[in-house]
Design a protein around this ligand. Structure first.
Ligand code: ATP
Ligand code: MG
Length: 416
């Protein structure tokens, strides 16, 4: 029996990779326009890094990590998200010493042991961006607008921006205590997960999908009503800056992110088109993370986009690149001549396809159709002898005669 891929791990096939490149190129364009540089970090880190940053009582660390012991008896984890590794590298290489403001982006696979379903896989891909060194809410607005600009760039305007504030170590403990008190009397309504993490992570109950939890949290105190002066002002300023650049958003006071390191501004881009996998991108501020990881006390903010979900939203649009020209040939001598032309045309940047093994003219033309080539030409004895041939524009059948030199052909098939 043939060997299959691991459950929840996907192949991205040639007919899909054009869509992926479209997404990745748009991200690079938009992020670089905003002054971000790419950083590439390993896909595995010491397990401890994720426990210390994401938090022991989160779904990711409790249930979802791919952790194993390597041959040297070290506990290693396949990264479940990108921020921890990027911040580890940031601290290790003292990037803050080079520029007090650091703007980084990354893309690549992440790994979480979850139940695979549409939009949720065990290997999935994120494109993320991080800014460190700036406390000012202006940067929150810039990051949020950059995320929205990315979605506009790829031609999606459906996902909508939701924002919230999770406060800071000064105001969150009191809010947490108030929420615990509120929920105490309703403990029996909560789902098993929420009961289990009731004392370690009660905020999760607010965005739990279980009906009992939704009911139990009706009328629960809101973080937004309990922000300290600094956090309240920060949140108001983020809103003002977003308004000033006309970036639309909705406030969602129930949004709780599944990672412990978030402070103040948190956000999600949500869609109604992917069932319960509604978040296509998410992020927030993490002012305590860098020092928590042993680095200097430097604030940060970032987000991650789920590439599979974006690809699903883009649907079946065809982003594959079509050949400019298909050269069909009638015999071995013509095939040898076509090969020389193909090479010369490629040197000029023309994408050319040809037959390799003497198929019938009919099957060559079938392949040209399938490849959706823009032009085709048939080379037989006459064409080789006269050095001229008819080039056919496939969309309307228009025929153009040309000499068989790369420059002349280039003029016809790629006029600009
Ligand atoms: P969800 O609530 O859907 O589990 P999350 O809060 O765990 O999402 P984050 O850790 O914030 O997700 O990751 C950012 C983005 O990465 C998500 O908005 C989503 O688009 C994508 N993502 C997260 N987990 C998966 C997965 N298992 N498969 C595919 N995409 C994922
Ligand atoms: Mg999750």
């Amino acid at each position: 029996m043939a060997i299959t891929a691991i459950k929840g791990f996907n192949d991205i096939l040639p007919n899909e990779s054009g869509r992926w490149q479209h997404i990745e190129q748009a991200a690079r364009r938009v992020f670089e326009l905003n002054g971000f540089s790419e950083i590439r970090v390993p896909i595995m880190e010491k397990t401890e890094l994720f426990c210390r940053s994401i938090g022991d009582a989160t779904d990711i660390v409790e249930k979802e990590m791919y952790t194993f012991i390597d041959k040297g008896d070290n506990s290693i984890t396949l990264r479940p998200e990108g921020t921890a590794g990027v911040m580890r590298a940031f601290i290790e290489h003292k990037l803050h010493a080079q520029d007090p403001v650091s703007k980084l982006y990354y893309l690549g696979p992440m790994f979480r042991y979850e139940r695979p379903q549409k939009g949720r896989y065990r290997q999935f891909h994120q494109i993320g961006a991080e800014v460190t060194g700036v406390n000012d809410p202006l940067v929150d607005a810039q990051v949020l607008n950059m995320l929205c600009a990315f979605f506009r760039e790829i031609g999606l305007d459906e996902p909508s921006l939701q924002i919230n504030s999770l406060g800071c170590p000064e105001c969150r403990p009191a809010y947490r205590a108030a929420l615990l008190k509120f929920l105490e009397g309703r403990l029996d309504q909560l789902c098993e997960d929420c009961r289990r993490r009731f004392t370690t992570n009660p905020l999760r109950t607010l965005d739990c999908k279980a009906a009992g939890c939704a009911e139990a949290t009706q009328g629960a105190p809101s973080m937004l009503d309990n922000l300290c002066g600094g956090c309240g002002q920060h949140f108001d300023s983020v809103r003002c800056y977003l308004d000033s650049i006309k970036t639309p958003y909705k406030i969602n006071p129930r949004m709780v992110r599944g990672l412990d390191y978030y402070t103040r501004t948190t956000f999600e881009l949500v869609t109604g088109l992917l069932g319960s996998q509604s978040a296509v991108a998410a992020g927030g501020r993490y002012d305590g993370l860098i020092s928590q990881l042993g680095g200097p006390s430097i604030p940060g903010i970032g987000f991650a986009i789920g590439v599979e979900r974006v690809a699903l939203l883009l649907g079946q649009q065809d982003f594959s690149r079509r050949p400019d020209l298909f050269i069909a040939t009638m015999g071995a001598a013509e095939r040898a001549g076509a090969f020389v032309l193909l090479t010369e045309l490629q040197n000029l940047g023309v994408r050319v396809e040809m037959d390799y093994e003497g198929k019938s003219l009919k099957s060559q033309m079938r392949r040209a159709d399938k490849l959706k080539t823009r032009y085709s030409v048939v080379l037989g004895g006459n064409e080789l002898e006269s050095g001229r041939a008819l080039f056919k524009r496939m969309e309307d059948g228009l025929q153009i005669e040309s000499v068989l030199t790369a420059d002349a052909i280039n003029e016809i098939v790629c006029p600009d």
